[in-house]
Design a protein around this ligand. Structure first.
Ligand code: NAD
Length: 290
């Protein structure tokens, strides 16, 4: 299948590479020329803009870092919306259901189908092709792209309603964000009392406290103090804020989410948007004086 791919960052690059390895013809674009050049060396064609990709491919995938970037790439001047061949825009980014619906509305006016396809499983999952790929949009289009998305992970059809896969993704990332800060608080409590954090993580992972932070993030990034798991604090805070907005738009006020949201605002203030999200433990340690 001939596919366009826009946004070759931490997630986009390995996903694009897997599509090439699965023998899809890939045309790629990123504002960072270096990322484009690396994929061209692996067999991709280079495009000069998002519109250029949409002039050449019927199916255009994107993995972008902000809501504004998705909106601009999809519907802005020089964007996918102006392309001659494009039939469907598949957004692998996490943008929330409201932005997804906005992009859907604008593209629909040009008869371009918008498919939400946020992913979960991190950079490691993107490299191994083991992501959870959540898809929403017209069923026929979702079926058509399923074999290609199968190269990056396990595909789940969430529904036809625009943005429903985004709601699914936010529920997932709210849990991931919660696991990160809750595990940090648990470990910092133990350290303050004199426990060894490495022993604590071993026990938690053999016990009922096991979660994705204790299983993956602590052993690989927090305990070695490398803080390089591959997901930026800015992106996690984007997702936590989106989850809170989603709850609010549904008339919900959820206490754990509110507390988790407040804590992540402290983390982004203290550690910065570019820090790795596993640095979340640092302000918690500082407040505890450990
Ligand atoms: P990233 O910042 O590493 O990559 C984004 C890429 O988009 C960069 O290469 C950037 O140059 C490019 N870009 C930005 N604006 C552009 C534009 N206008 N035109 C073309 N290219 C443009 O981000 P990431 O970590 O790969 O995340 C991408 C999306 O995937 C986000 O929505 C994020 O929430 C989601 N996500 C990330 C992870 C993770 O572990 N990193 C996991 C699941 C989902």
């Amino acid at each position: 299948m001939e596919i366009g791919f826009i946004g070759l960052g931490k997630m986009g690059f390995p996903m694009a590479r897997r599509l090439i390895e699965a023998k899809h013809q890939l045309t790629v674009f990123d504002t960072r020329q270096q990322a484009v050049d690396k994929l061209v060396a692996l067999g991709a064609q280079a495009a000069s803009s998002s519109k250029d990709i949409a002039d050449r491919c019927e199916t255009v995938l994107a993995s972008l870092p902000s809501l504004q970037a998705s909106l601009e790439v999809a519907t802005g001047s020089g964007g996918v919306i102006e392309g001659k061949r494009v039939k469907r825009f598949v957004d692998l980014s996490t943008v929330g259901s409201q932005m997804a619906a906005r992009i859907h509305g604008r593209l629909a006016k040009k008869n371009i189908v918008q498919i939400d396809s946020p992913v979960s499983g991190g950079v490691g999952g993107a490299e191994k092709g083991t992501l959870a790929v959540m898809v929403s949009g017209p069923r026929a289009d979702c079926e058509l792209i399923k074999p290609a998305l199968g190269a990056i992970g396990k595909v789940f059809f969430i529904g036809e309603k625009p943005g429903s896969a985004q709601t699914m993704k936010l529920a997932n990332n709210f849990l991931s964000a919660t696991a990160m800060v809750a595990t940090s608080e648990a470990v910092v409590m133990g350290v303050k009392a004199g426990l060894d954090p490495a022993v604590m993580i071993d026990v938690i992972n053999a016990g009922s406290g096991l979660n994705t932070a204790s299983r993956d993030k602590f052993p690989r990034s927090v305990l070695p103090r490398s803080f390089d798991f591959g997901f930026a604090t800015g992106l996690m805070v984007k997702d936590v804020r989106l989850a809170l907005e989603e709850m609010k738009s549904l008339g919900l006020s959820m206490e754990v989410a509110e507390a988790v949201g407040r804590l992540w605002e402290v983390i982004i203030r203290d550690e910065g948007a570019e820090s790795d999200f596993t640095a979340a433990i640092k302000p918690i340690e500082k407040a505890a004086g450990v």
